[in-house]
Design a protein. Structure first.
Lengths: 167, 127
């Protein structure tokens, strides 16, 4: 009597347990390009008429990471600033210089040619992202005020544009 | 031990600041209006320094192409994801090539080089 009751309880518990095991997890994988701001840049002020992101001059180099999940499907284009987006009123011209280079790669073999194959036009550098994975790019930007005049006091902001374009 | 705990906290506090838009190759399909096509896209804001994204459509040589969407500038909170539609005239179907989302930056209290990000998907063309 007790044995039958015990077995029926065990079986019923087992049956209840069986209902709880199937938990579906669904997902959707798509090819994509993600732009990540790894390090926002900061301008150093080594002298009165220069603002630069160069580390030696007290600046911080901006670093952008591109993650691509599909090989040979995107171009990365990084443009260093040619104007301030926010600054005090400036009466003289500002001369801009800038450059971009690969800082590190997630796949040294597949991405090894990125730096040698880059195309530069003006302040823009274009990379052909021929392999999937992550690439870190660092940029330098320098603004020099006309005639070695001192920059007026205030806050200065300039935009580095990081673009990912589907091929 | 305290130093190790602090190191872990600092490591995990470093947030990724990413901009993500899918699909890479959106398809233009018929909309509920005649002579108007629509594409479906999704935008994810993982940049805590950005709240607004601007949508644009361009042709092969980066000239603007007319389009309609709910909001040309989309407000997107940190870690918020939004699905949106872009409507294009059927006559512009072969002209429209890129659809881009660009982060809109605001003034910053420190002298800084702000990184603005732009992701451009390419419309699928009929073979």
């Amino acid at each position: 009597m007790y044995k039958k009751l015990f077995l029926s309880i065990i079986f019923s518990l087992g049956t209840v347990g069986a209902f709880a095991v199937d938990v579906p997890i669904s997902g959707n994988v798509q090819s994509r390009c993600i732009i990540t701001t790894d390090t926002p840049g900061v301008y150093g002020n080594p002298n009165a008429y220069t603002l630069t992101t160069a580390t030696a001059d007290g600046g911080v180099l901006p670093v952008v990471r591109y993650d691509v999940t599909l090989a040979d499907a995107y171009y990365a284009e990084i443009t260093t600033p040619t104007a301030f987006s926010d600054s005090p009123s400036l009466s003289d011209t500002v001369t801009w210089t800038g450059s971009t280079e690969v800082q590190s790669l997630s796949d040294a073999t597949g991405m090894g040619s990125y730096e040698t194959n880059k195309v530069t036009f003006g302040q823009t550098t274009q990379y052909d992202l021929t392999a999937s994975g992550s690439t870190w790019f660092k940029s330098t930007s320098t603004a020099t005020y006309g005639g070695s005049k001192a920059f007026p006091g205030g806050t200065y902001t300039a935009n580095i544009e990081a673009i990912c374009v589907a091929k | 031990m305290k130093k190790l705990t602090l190191l872990f906290i600092l490591l995990f506090m470093k947030t990724a600041l990413a901009h993500d838009m899918v699909p890479t190759y959106p398809e233009l399909r018929l909309s509920y209006m005649s002579n108007v096509l629509v594409a479906d896209l999704e935008l994810l804001n993982k940049r805590n320094d950005i709240e607004y994204y601007e949508i644009s459509v361009f042709d092969e040589t980066w000239n603007p192409v007319p389009f309609v969407t709910s909001y040309k500038i989309i407000k997107l909170e940190y870690l918020e994801r939004i699905k949106f539609n872009v409507y294009i005239r059927s006559s512009d179907k072969n002209r429209a090539t890129y659809i881009c989302s660009k982060s809109r930056t605001r003034g910053n209290p420190n002298p800084s080089a702000v990184i603005s990000s732009m992701i451009c998907s390419k419309f699928k063309k009929d073979e």
